[in-house]
Design a protein around this ligand. Structure first.
Ligand code: NAD
Ligand code: DAU
Length: 332
């Protein structure tokens, strides 16, 4: 089986490449990635060592690149995106371009190449926010920031390719991932980095917002299952069933590092902050799926990974420095 993973040099895409290559001896993986600040070939070292990974540097918005990458692929997993909400708030241009136009370009290239399956990694953020209850796959999409609005447009474009052309598209809407190799602009790796240096941890607003955490290995298992058992034209939520307030998550990080809660600084909230977007997981449970990684153990192991891989973190921090300085300078 030949898989094409776009955005495969990033956090989730590289974990999926590792998962597929380890699980299937006959799997070949091509990664198409632009290597933005968020992507690095370092993330693909173990995958490349199998000899069954081909790396292509390129932009998913470029038609010819997309067409060439799709040729010969049995399955496309489209993960490339500008994935950080705060960056999209500072400037939505890259999110609009990559997340929407890039998805359209990949869908069209995959249609022309007649690929057997196209999995689009959407996000639970397309549903917007909900203080009570949960979203199922039929809930209306109500995205509230430029990142998730561009993803929602792409989510509907993917669905339109199924309806209009009968293309075998599957959409997944996973919750917040955690695990090794996440770019240190997201809550968990950023706060580990800062706490290790005894720097203040910038908690947006009161820190009582909630996220449902999904370990990236569970996420990869879920995508693998959906590729095998899911139905074309359908969307699947992938919850982690670990809904926690941000302050609860931060307390575990501090505890694992032996650091004091006095590092916490409440700063100006993220505009349009989605306080909670819980997922109903009945549909994916019907495929026989359940998350395996226990939350607190998984988080503590993740924290240890960042402690043990500080060179990797330092290099990433440098690539993200301009955004970091601009964004946090304004948050008092
Ligand atoms: P990431 O930022 O770690 O990786 C994104 C990758 O895409 C990087 O390697 C980057 O170089 C590449 N990329 C960006 N623009 C590109 C372009 N124009 N052409 C080619 N490659 C490009 O992101 P991630 O956290 O691994 O997220 C992967 C996907 O999963 C995204 O689509 C994101 O929206 C979705 N998602 C993420 C989460 C999460 O918690 N991280 C949850 C739900 C959904
Ligand atoms: O739910 C899926 C989404 O999860 C994905 O679609 C996105 O790609 C991914 O980035 C993530 O979005 P979030 O905005 O939830 O992740 P982030 O790690 O940026 O923030 C998690 C929570 O922590 C959120 O409530 C905001 C808060 N936060 C984050 C940062 C970076 C802070 O309080 N301070 C911070 O400095």
């Amino acid at each position: 089986m030949h898989y094409l993973i776009t955005g495969g040099a990033g956090f989730i895409g590289s974990s999926l490449a590792d998962h597929l290559l380890a699980r299937y001896d006959d799997a070949r993986v091509t990664v198409l990635d632009k290597l933005t600040y968020a992507g690095t070939r370092e993330n693909l070292q173990s995958a490349e060592a199998t000899g069954r990974l081909t790396f292509v540097e390129g932009d998913v918005c470029a038609e010819q690149t997309a067409r060439e990458a799709c040729e010969g692929a049995d399955i496309v997993i489209h993960a490339a995106a500008e994935s950080h909400v705060d960056r999209s708030i500072l400037s939505g241009q890259e999110a609009a371009r990559t997340n929407f136009l890039g998805t359209f370009t990949m869908l069209e290239a995959a249609r022309q190449a007649e690929v057997g399956k196209f999995l689009f990694l959407s996000t639970d953020e397309v549903y917007g926010a909900k203080t009570e209850g949960s979203f199922n796959e039929e809930s209306p999409l109500n995205p509230r920031n430029p990142y998730s609005a561009a993803k929602a447009g792409a989510d509907r474009m993917a669905h339109a390719y199924f309806v209009t052309y009968g293309m075998p598209v599957i959409i997944t809407r996973p919750s917040n991932n955690y695990g090794p190799r996440q770019f240190p602009e997201k809550l968990v790796p950023l706060f580990v980095y800062k706490a290790l240096r005894d720097e203040a941890l910038p908690v947006y607003g009161d820190g009582r917002q909630r996220r449902d955490w999904l370990h990236v290995e569970d996420h990869c298992r879920a995508m693998d299952l959906i590729l095998r058992e899911g139905e074309a034209g359908e969307a699947y939520n992938i919850p982690g069933d670990n809904e926690r307030r941000n302050l609860q998550t931060i307390q575990i990080i501090l505890d694992e590092l032996g650091k004091s809660e006095s590092l916490i600084r409440h700063v100006e909230d993220r505009p349009g902050h989605d306080v909670r977007y819980p997922l109903d997981g009945v549909k994916i449970a019907g495929l026989g799926w359940d998350a395996l990684v226990p939350w607190e153990d998984g988080l503590r192991e993740t924290v240890r990974w960042y402690v043990d891989n500080q060179d990797w973190v330092e290099r990433a921090i440098k690539r993200g420095e301009d955004f970091h300085n601009q964004w946090y300078a304004g948050r008092k």
